[in-house]
Write a protein that binds this ligand. Structure first.
Ligand code: SF4
Length: 305
């Protein structure tokens, strides 16, 4: 997960979790801190090592949210796939997901926020394959598509690992869509290394890109590496964003004529299971899950009746 995202994660006191968000969706923080030390990231210095909220506490919280009328819960964490490593018996994120879905049968939709795909466990893959209430949208913390840069970032995966994961998730769940964090202009990034990141967008079938132009965080190892000039960084970030916009348009255009179930965030706007925004001409009940047939696209949104 990237610094800017992490800074926006609500701090929880003593592992207490809370639900917040709109009336339609609640966010539940199940993990905080991180055991990794990516060279660009300041989070572990401030947040310390990974701490997990026990599964029983998470399940109770989600039960309460469902009783209050929430139709969708999103599990969040600084290093979500690190969940469970500090708990007795060291359960994995997949165990938590399966347990929530089994013990809260009235929860219509469960999402997981950003994950480190190399840490996805077998039970999580099983949940992707067998649990329709786990939404077919994963946000992947990929950061780059070049092996040497990934090593300099001290990430734990290589580009082939990312491609393999995306293929496997799509094989298990053909309607799966991916978002991803990608850093443009990491120190020492050559033109060829950047092209590897750009090609990853296609090769991993990424749709929703969060592109971060690299900016050094004082005190991190990456801040001491040879930096690229700002213009190159901005140009590369723009090319990645263009590639992302083209992928979004492709995804949205492919929905034409399809039936979706949309969770309404306001009277006229909701989201598909794959997290695409849908606009309606007439009002729907906010917070409800409604059927919709897609009739077209308006820029980065679907239009439905
Ligand atoms: S996995 Fe890396 S980027 Fe994410 S919080 Fe941990 S150190 Fe930072």
């Amino acid at each position: 997960m990237l610094v800017d995202d992490i800074m926006s994660v609500t701090e929880t006191a003593g592992h207490l979790i809370d639900g917040f968000g709109t009336r339609s969706r609640a966010y539940v923080q199940v993990q905080n801190g991180c055991d990794h030390r990516c060279t660009f990231c300041i989070i572990p210095y401030g947040r310390g090592n990974s701490r997990s909220v026990p599964a029983g506490v998470v399940v109770e919280q989600i039960r309460r949210l469902v009783d209050r009328g929430f139709n969708e819960v999103v599990l969040t964490g600084v290093d979500l796939t690190g969940w469970g490593g500090d708990l007795p018996a060291r359960p994995r994120l997949g165990d938590l997901v399966m347990r929530i879905l089994r013990l809260v049968p009235d929860l219509p939709r469960l999402r997981i926020s950003s994950i480190d795909s190399i840490e996805a466990d077998p039970r999580l893959m099983e949940a992707i394959a067998t649990e329709p209430r786990l939404m077919p949208h994963l946000h992947l913390s990929l950061q780059h598509g070049d092996d040497l840069i990934l090593k300099r970032m001290k990430r734990r995966h290589l580009r082939d690992d990312a491609i393999r994961f995306a293929e496997e998730a799509r094989r298990l769940r053909p309607d799966m869509t991916f978002g991803a964090d990608i850093i443009a202009g990491f120190p020492t990034e050559t033109g060829a290394a950047f092209e590897n990141s750009l090609r990853l967008v296609e090769e991993c079938h990424l749709t929703w890109l969060h592109v971060f132009p690299f900016s050094p965080r004082p005190g991190t190892p990456a801040a001491r590496m040879p930096q690229l000039d700002g213009r190159t960084i901005r140009k590369r970030a723009a090319r990645l964003r263009e590639a992302g916009a083209a992928r979004v348009a492709m995804h949205l255009d492919a929905q034409q004529g399809r039936a979706h179930r949309v969770l309404m965030e306001s009277a006229r706007m909701g989201r598909t299971e794959q997290f695409a925004e849908v606009v309606f001409d007439g009002d729907r009940e906010e917070g409800a899950i409604v059927p919709a047939t897609i009739t077209g696209r308006r820029e980065q949104r679907l239009v439905a009746v």
